[in-house]
Design a protein around this ligand. Structure first.
Ligand code: TNX
Length: 632
């Protein structure tokens, strides 16, 4: 009997060992597991086959990373070394492998050594990221670790991306992020094979890029009054409050970041958001609006109304005047300087959420409409977009804008970034325009990712599970127009880099997978298992991540005597424990099995979750008052 049991156990272990997945994010195209491990040793060297400056840089990065954590000296040697004695070979194909394309790679890990092969240095870089994921989490720690076995499982991986545009958008206007913070954000994104940083550089709360022809943009436009709390509900700044909060990037800073990104195979897409969202520019140069007056950079006090009807309007004019030639001179200079700083082929003009109520009243705009035979304000906006497109094209760049640029007719050659769902993108693709998908319902990582008890309040929610459903390529659309997708991190409610990281991870994993991995075989439980392998790596790198997926949604309904609470977990395998007696529950407290009725005199419920005996969620406390509200 006992022997039988043992036999069964060994069989089971073998099968799990044989089928245990390599926990890589984003999931590679093809993974073949092997047996055994490759171990780094004090004699490990990196062999670089192919004399190429970019590939050398990749090899040096790997060398630095491995040397730091192992304490060995891992040299980079050119030419003829083989996998033989625990070496890592990076090798550029002399004849391109068509399957791998310009970013793919093959990674072979054997017991004696490892080899990454690619057509390009970018491919080697992504192969390196995968290889690093196979090593212990401490490889991300950036400091020497003693007595650790530095090993990677034997495997053969062939991998290449589904889309060429794999982006994250960082809003540095609502809150400013320093040059080093932006670099840090790039460091994190490339580990998951993102290759595009969309840099939202201007908005109502700050103009962040030095423009030499218009110095007041940063002298005045980069600064507001420091406020903390709930954005958009702040008190109006007093006249004597110092406007010293914010900052900007000099043109030298911009060049440095663009170069830093390039060395990591990341393109940087700058966004200058016009004609709406322009309060910071208007504070610097009020003649740019159609409403004469004096203006200030917004500090988070309310200045727009968003009625449920959807027809939003401004309480203060934050839009450029499309009827003023000076505006186009301004944009010509601004986009001219921007084009010089960013090698990427696109410039983003924003174009979103332009309040029309001040345009409506403007005599200038009425005259423009008569002169240009524009029937309505959609056509006025389209007129503006077309002129900006010409300016951008005259600088040798292609234009991309938010899906509002479709209104009143899309400018020839303009690309569309679809944020209000996928429909704008679908429409643009049907008209033969290039499209990047970033629909808010799947990719707005400024939204709350957990129960609103636990997160800074934002007007909408986006759970990890929903993010994971993102597919940039809708049925029936010609794939050649869909360049890819991205997540957008708007920062109204994000005051620092730690919170930016928290909002990005783990949802960024889901986006990374949507834009890199094959569509087939997608499975949320499997994804969760693989991202759980990333959390220790983020911890090592001191990157904050959100445990929200371990915290249930708390739902309430009217019961017989009192409200009834339902806990809806997002991931499998959670043990949810609770109390109504105000004490902090642990894994020995009542375990949630089915909806529970709140005891008569209870005033709060506390909840905590465990997985495999380990606390994974934070403590959640919800008042019975709030439960009653939710029951309504
Ligand atoms: C809409 S998306 C905006 C942003 C806000 C965001 C908040 C888009 C093009 N415009 O200005 O920050 O919602 O979720």
């Amino acid at each position: 009997m006992k022997r039988l049991f043992l036999l069964a156990l060994t069989a089971c272990l073998l099968t799990t060992a044989a089928t245990a997945q390599l926990r890589i994010v984003p999931q590679p195209v093809e993974v073949k597991n092997g047996e055994g491990f490759f171990r780094l040793s004090p004699s490990t060297a990196i062999g670089l086959a192919g004399n190429n400056a970019e590939a050398t840089r990749v090899a040096n990065m790997l060398s630095k990373k491995l040397s730091t954590v192992t304490g060995y000296t891992v040299p980079v040697t050119g030419g003829a070394i083989n996998m033989g004695t625990s070496n890592i070979i990076l090798s550029l194909n002399t004849t391109a492998n068509a399957t791998l394309g310009s970013e793919g790679y093959q990674l072979k890990v054997g017991t004696a050594g490892a080899q990454i092969t690619a057509n390009t240095a970018a491919g080697l870089f992504y192969g390196m990221q995968t290889f690093l994921q196979l090593l212990p989490a401490e490889v991300e720690g950036g400091k020497k670790v003693e007595n650790l076995e530095w090993k990677a499982p034997v495997a053969e991986i062939t991998d290449y991306p589904r889309f060429g545009w794999r982006g994250l958008m960082l809003d540095v206007s609502r809150h400013f992020f320093t040059k080093d913070e932006v670099k840090r954000y790039i460091d994190d994104m490339v580990k998951y094979k993102f290759n595009l940083l969309h840099w939202h550089l201007t908005d109502d709360q700050g103009w962040r890029i030095e423009i030499k022809s218009y110095p007041r943009l940063t002298e005045v436009g980069a600064w507001n009054v420091k406020k903390e709390g709930r954005f958009n509900y702040f008190s109006k700044p007093e006249p004597d409050e110092p406007r010293n909060y914010g900052g900007f990037y000099t043109q030298e800073d911009i060049k440095e970041i663009v170069q830093y990104a390039k060395e990591r195979f990341v393109n940087v897409l700058p966004e200058i958001d016009v004609p709406g969202h322009s309060m910071a520019a208007i504070a610097a140069y009020p003649e740019l609006t159609s409403t004469p007056g004096t203006y200030q950079v917004n500090s988070g006090e309310k200045f727009m109304e968003w009625p449920p009807s959807g027809h939003f309007y401004g309480l203060i004019d934050n839009a450029l005047n499309p009827a003023n030639e000076k505006v186009y001179t301004f944009l010509d200079k601004v986009f001219g300087e921007v084009a010089q700083l960013f090698p990427f082929e696109y410039l983003h003009m924003g174009g979103d959420e332009t309040a029309r109520n001040f345009w409506e009243k403007s005599e200038d705009i009425k005259k423009l409409m008569a002169k240009e035979k524009l029937k309505n304000l959609d056509e006025v906006q389209s007129y503006f977009v077309k002129r900006v497109t010409k300016i951008v094209n005259s600088k040798g760049k292609k234009l991309i804008g938010w899906d509002e640029i479709l209104q009143g007719g899309l400018a020839p050659g303009a690309a569309v970034m679809s944020w209000q769902g996928m429909k704008g993108g679908i429409e643009a693709a049907k008209q033969g325009h290039e499209v990047v998908m970033s629909p808010q319902i799947f990719t707005y990582i400024d939204y709350m990712q957990g129960d609103r008890l636990m997160e800074p309040l934002v007007y909408a929610s986006l759970r990890l599970k929903k993010t994971y459903e993102f597919d940039p390529l809708p049925e029936g659309v010609d794939a050649k127009y869909i360049k890819g997708g991205q997540a957008n991190l708007w920062t109204e409610q994000i005051y620092n880099l730690r919170q930016a990281q928290y909002m990005t991870w783990p949802r960024g994993f889901a986006i990374a997978e949507a834009v890199w991995s094959p569509k087939a075989g997608r499975n949320f439980a499997n994804f969760v298992d693989r991202i759980e392998n990333q959390f220790p790596k983020l911890d090592q790198a001191q990157t904050k991540w959100a445990p929200s997926m371990y915290e249930p949604d708390v739902k309430a309904a009217k019961g017989v005597k009192n409200v009834v609470v339902t806990l809806v977990p997002e991931v499998d395998g959670l043990d949810m424990h609770y109390s109504f007696d105000n004490s902090w529950p642990d894994q020995y407290y009542p375990k949630y099995k089915a909806p529970v009725e709140v005891p008569k005199d209870a005033d709060k419920m506390r909840i905590v979750t465990f997985k495999n005996g380990k606390q994974v969620g934070r403590f959640m406390t919800i008042s019975v008052e709030e439960l009653k509200l939710r029951a309504k």
